[in-house]
Design a protein around this ligand. Structure first.
Ligand SMILES: [Zn+2]
Length: 355
């Protein structure tokens, strides 16, 4: 990830607080709270109002929410206390996205695949609820309480103004001046992880290619290539990190012929070393090497080189001076016009003798 997002608090965060209440105050207390009923939500009047609306409604969304919450309550009611404690640890672990990304060994992370076989029926109900929760949240009963996801996106983009996808740095993001919006990616995929599908620390706007062409349902927290399999956790960039960092990119070519460049002629190197593990995960999840190499073989890259030639031949500006201007401009605006990639590409051209 080239740069982190700024987290933007919003009324949509209330939805995660509703889910927290349902999990801790309703499901985890089911063993001692008797039959499922609306009074179980007395401690959260807004949520109780929503549940009451669902109870008296016969539309599909109402049935989806009320039905799942009630069925899962019934299953939690029969769980031994030790199992409830373990579910609480998994819930906390899956929702602490920052520590998941940091690969904190003390964290209890759980995918559906990790839940023990005795919880198979419960696991299926949780999967059915949490995977569809995000898609069903934009309904009237919730909108009155938490707002609309389109409004969240607008507020988010007013604070996050780079205008480029932070995962690739290549694509423009739809923003305040566009009518439609980008999709939110579930960073820890909702098909794999219970409990965090409406947690906005796990929801990140991403460009269509990053979200739907490359990442899809890849799991950033586990390395699929690790032969040990049992301990193949890995670090990954936390999308809402407070600290900033600069990813260093170096591009080298094995032949000085940009007109006939193929991806096999390009070598990419990334730094700094202190972020090696996060960078490796990022490259794997978003196929960064493939996409940056493709850009180097594109018409854009040929035009970058041509601009340097024109400035020299028609205006007498030495390539070194043009490159120097680009380096200074990249330090100011690394992601405008793919400057970070253009600079690395032209520096590589200089080293191989093309300029
Ligand atoms: Zn992207």
């Amino acid at each position: 990830m080239l740069f982190p997002y700024k987290y933007v608090p919003h009324t949509m965060d209330r939805m995660q607080r509703f889910i927290n209440f349902i999990f801790y105050q309703v499901w985890c207390r089911a063993y001692k709270a008797g039959a499922f009923r609306l009074e179980l939500f007395d401690g959260n009047p807004d949520l109780k109002e929503v549940m009451k609306t669902f109870y008296y409604s016969d539309n599909d969304n109402a049935y989806f929410f009320y039905g799942h919450i009630e069925r899962i309550y019934g299953m939690f009611a029969t769980l031994p206390r030790a199992d409830i404690k373990q579910f609480k640890r998994w819930y906390q672990g899956n929702n602490n996205v920052e520590k998941v990304c940091d690969n904190d060994p003390a964290l209890h992370l759980a995918r559906y695949a990790d839940l023990p076989p005795q919880h198979e029926v419960l696991s299926k109900q949780l999967a059915s609820f949490f995977t569809k929760l995000y898609d069903n949240v934009d309904i009237a009963a919730f909108k009155k309480k938490i707002g609309k996801i389109d409004d969240h996106y607008k507020a988010f983009m007013r604070e996050n103004t780079v205008g480029k996808c932070p995962f690739c740095g290549l694509s423009d993001m739809l923003g305040a001046n566009h009518t439609p919006r980008e999709a939110y990616d579930h960073y820890l995929p909702k098909k794999l992880y219970p409990f965090n599908s409406i947690n906005f620390r796990n929801l990140v706007p991403a460009c269509h290619h990053c979200n739907s062409s490359y990442k899809t349902t890849k799991d950033p927290a586990f390395n699929p290539k690790d032969p040990t399999r049992a301990t193949h956790r890995r670090k990954v960039f936390y999308p809402y990190a407070n600290s900033t960092y600069n990813i260093e990119l170096t591009i080298d070519f094995s032949k000085p012929d940009v007109d006939h460049l193929t991806t096999n002629d390009i070598q990419l190197a990334f730094g700094p070393p202190i972020l090696k593990e996060e960078i490796e995960t990022w490259k794997d999840v978003y196929s960064i090497e493939e996409r940056y190499k493709a850009k180097c073989c594109s018409g854009d890259a040929k035009d970058w080189l041509e601009q340097i030639r024109i400035l020299q031949d028609e205006h007498g500006i030495a390539p070194g001076a043009s490159l120097n201007t680009l380096q200074r401009q990249t330090a100011v605006a690394p992601f405008a016009n793919s400057n970070f990639l253009k600079k690395a590409f032209l520096e590589g051209c200089q080293r191989v003798g093309l300029i």
